[in-house]
Design a protein around this ligand. Structure first.
Ligand code: ADP
Length: 558
């Protein structure tokens, strides 16, 4: 059974390697001949395009089949001297091999063209460079074999190169892009890095009525154009259509639209006219048509690919953003609940410290208890800062009536246990108007941090004074807290708002206060500035816009 299976597999591999390609190439040759779209060296010569696709899918083992087919079929193009047939077959085999070597092997190309870089690699290393070598060789051989007059070498080289470029590009791109995924899914090809599940065609384009109507209109316009205007003179009109569809719908649709335009402007007229001859190829108009078609193709496909990439990146970024937001929320919830849970045991430590003070204690023990109390204070204020921070992030901005005078008294009341508090004169007479509409929780965080810093950073032996002033002008609240404390050296003034930054030895805090204050102010769309002279004092100025426009100040008597 196992042996049978192996033989079967071996046979299948041989058929795929030898027989199938020969069949494909022969069909391609017959099709080229039958459709009269070729003279043997230009326009639609299908075996080369088929060769490119097969070598990208199955590797260089298809080359002998390509060569044999080309050599055996040379006669149907009416070429003389059968001994030279293998020589005529050589350049196209070389082209397919070089394309594989440059694009797949050296540039590590992905033949299903998943992004702009791959498309550009394919264009340059997969087509242009090998095509140049191939055409140079083939037309050279024709001249040497007296099949073509010497003076026709250059014009033939140019026009047949352009023609081959269009036919190869036009035939291979739709198949590489649309069919490679399918072939991988069906197990016909095994390409590394190609996701089987992802299909290349996005049916969502067609599921929207508006898109369908737009595409039908594009198709109609192209159809009418092809019947009424000469392509050589008006090719740019097709350019507008295909660029529009590239920008609007991306790579997949842009391939379809371009193939359709190619059919209308290039294939159908070619089939309808008589057999192409070298003379026809040499007509200047032909070169212009081919130039127009090539440029149109390249620019619109690259544009389509760039657009599709941009959409894909945007989707990816949005997805990552959502994941990031989720993680952020989780982290915030974690910080909030941990801080919250720490508060309760801290409170009981503080209670135990207070009770211990009623006990008889040695001086040492009193010292220890003092240390425990200081550490508890520190931890408590750290936790309350973290909670402020987390609240600022979580809670939406609110608008309520706030009595600034009252709020300030409440804050001062909570700060009265600070060292030196009694020695400092605090003037709040500059607070006016007292009643405004604003976000009380956030204004409280701002005022508490600024006033507590003004108290903490007093000079050890100076007469401390602090002034708190507010005013409202043009829907903007200005809050100033001025002290005559130790001041802040000018070189660290723009660092004091950084996270965990402590600017002086006398700081026993966490370095979070001003960082959180700034975050809160930014949430309110406001700004904070500091003016300070080291050794003389500091003034912190906060400006926040008030949300309720017009009637934001509430008169006392209302
Ligand atoms: P903390 O007070 O915990 O150190 P802050 O973020 O509140 O952290 O302040 C950062 C630094 O800014 C302080 O360490 C201090 O050096 C300086 N600072 C803040 N406010 C004042 C002030 N009113 N007077 C002098 N220095 C101040």
């Amino acid at each position: 059974m196992a042996k049978n299976y192996t033989i079967n597999k071996f046979l299948r591999t041989q058929i795929v390697a030898w027989v199938l390609p020969i069949v494909f190439f022969q069909i391609g040759t017959q099709l080229s001949f039958w459709s009269s779209l070729t003279t043997g060296s230009s326009l639609f010569y299908f075996p080369i395009s088929i060769g490119l696709i097969l070598i990208y899918w199955w590797g260089p083992r298809i080359l002998p089949a390509l060569f044999i087919n080309a050599a055996l079929s040379a006669g149907i193009w009416g070429l003389g001297n059968p001994y030279l047939y293998p020589l005529y077959a050589f350049p196209e085999t070389l082209f397919v091999f070089l394309s594989w070597l440059f694009f797949i092997k050296l540039a590590k190309g992905k033949c299903w063209l998943p992004n702009t870089r791959q498309l550009t690699y394919f264009l340059i290393t997969g087509i242009l460079i090998p095509l140049f070598i191939y055409k140079f060789l083939l037309e050279g051989i024709f001249v040497l074999a007296d099949q073509v007059p010497k003076e026709n070498f250059l014009p033939l080289f140019v026009t047949t190169s352009l023609g081959d470029f269009i036919s190869i590009f036009g035939f291979t791109i739709p198949i590489l892009y649309f069919i490679t995924h399918l072939a991988q899914r069906k197990g016909i090809v095994h390409l590394k890095g190609l996701d089987r599940k992802k299909g290349a065609i996005k049916f969502m384009y067609f599921s929207k009525l508006r898109n369908n109507i737009e595409l039908i209109i594009i198709a109609l316009i192209a159809f009418i154009l092809s019947y009424s205007l000469a392509f050589a003179d008006y090719w740019f009109l097709y350019g507008v259509l295909s660029l529009y569809s590239a920008i609007r719908f991306g790579f997949g649709i842009s391939i379809l639209v371009n193939s359709y335009i190619l059919l209308l402007t290039y294939l159908i007229p070619a089939v309808l006219s008589e057999q192409f001859t070298y003379d026809m190829i040499l007509v200047q108009e032909m070169t212009r048509i081919q130039m127009g078609t090539s440029l149109l193709y390249i620019f619109s496909l690259i544009t389509g690919r760039v657009i599709s990439d941009a959409v894909a990146y945007e989707k990816q970024i949005n997805k990552q953003n959502r994941a990031l937001e989720h993680v952020n929320k989780e982290l915030d919830r974690f910080v909030y609940s941990v801080s919250h849970d720490l508060s309760a045991p801290l409170k009981s430590i503080r209670g135990l410290v207070n009770i211990s003070r009623f006990e008889k204690m040695t001086d040492r023990m009193v010292e220890y208890i003092d240390h425990i109390e200081i550490s508890t204070d520190k931890l408590e204020s750290f936790i309350s800062e973290i909670l402020d921070f987390s609240r600022n992030d979580r809670k939406p901005i609110s608008n309520e009536i706030v009595d600034l005078q009252n709020l300030c008294s409440e804050i001062l009341n909570s700060l009265q246990y600070f060292e030196n508090f009694i020695k400092i004169k605090i003037d709040t007479s500059g607070i006016e108007p007292t009643l405004i509409y604003t976000d009380e929780m956030r204004i409280k965080v701002i005022m508490t941090n600024l006033i507590s810093n003004a108290i903490k950073y007093q000079k050890p032996d100076g007469e401390g004074t602090i002034q708190v002033r507010t005013k409202v002008l043009n829907n903007k609240l200005t809050l100033e807290v001025e002290d005559n404390g130790e001041g802040i050296p000018s070189d660290i003034q723009n660092q004091i708002f950084d996270m965990f930054y402590r600017g002086t030895q006398s700081s026993h805090g966490s370095g979070l206060g001003l960082y959180i204050t700034k975050e809160v102010i930014e949430k309110l769309n406001g700004i904070i500035k500091v003016k300070s002279v080291f050794g003389e004092g500091s003034t912190f100025i906060v400006k926040v816009p008030l949300q309720v426009i017009g009637n934001h100040i509430i008169e006392h008597n209302v």
